[in-house]
Ligand binder design. Sequence first.
Ligand code: IMP
Ligand code: MG
Length: 192
Amino acid sequence: MSETPQTPGAADSPHADVERILLSAEQIEQRLNELGAQIAEDYAENPPILVGVLKGAVMVMADLSRRIDLRTEMDWMAVSSYGSGTKSSGVVRILKDLGTDITDRHVLIVEDIIDSGLTLSWLLANLRSRGPRSVEVCTLLRKPEAARVEIDVRYVGFDIPNEFVIGYGLDFAESYRNLPYVGVLRRSVYED
Ligand code: IMP
Ligand code: MG
């Protein structure tokens, strides 16, 4: 079997649309190991239910959850805020709700990226209205705008520049989620 390409450029592959790699698979793995250990320590007395936000957080959840050495549970929500563009619309719809009653539970939201923070603010308000004991957030990536808004994000993998990124779960028009790294999408792909 051939090795998974780690460099952009191979024609006819999603790697060809990557301008540059921002975070390698190794960097992501190492950071998630650190966050998993920290979460296991912080929640040792109060194992959380991990709530992943589909579809972008699939990779983060898969890798992070395996580094959290606690009896956690896992559930998923799907919300839509973007359509197929590259800017947040601010309108959030629930596409799939939790299957779990989170009343009196410790909830840890697992996110791929926080950009404007609109999606997360909405999600936090929604989950808090269900009477959980606590709600915290772990995100792999955070863009500069999100760092300025009033959302307390307890665990942040990386603060990244304000560029549109793909890979490791993150999509552009539903593609590129399977790239093993986080890369910057070539502007030519979404600008005429
Ligand atoms: P926000 O509401 O602006 O914080 O946007 C959050 C959601 O937008 C994320 O969960 C992603 O689905 C999507 N998103 C924001 N920035 C990017 C990006 O650079 N690449 C891919 N998806 C993004
Ligand atoms: Mg998302």
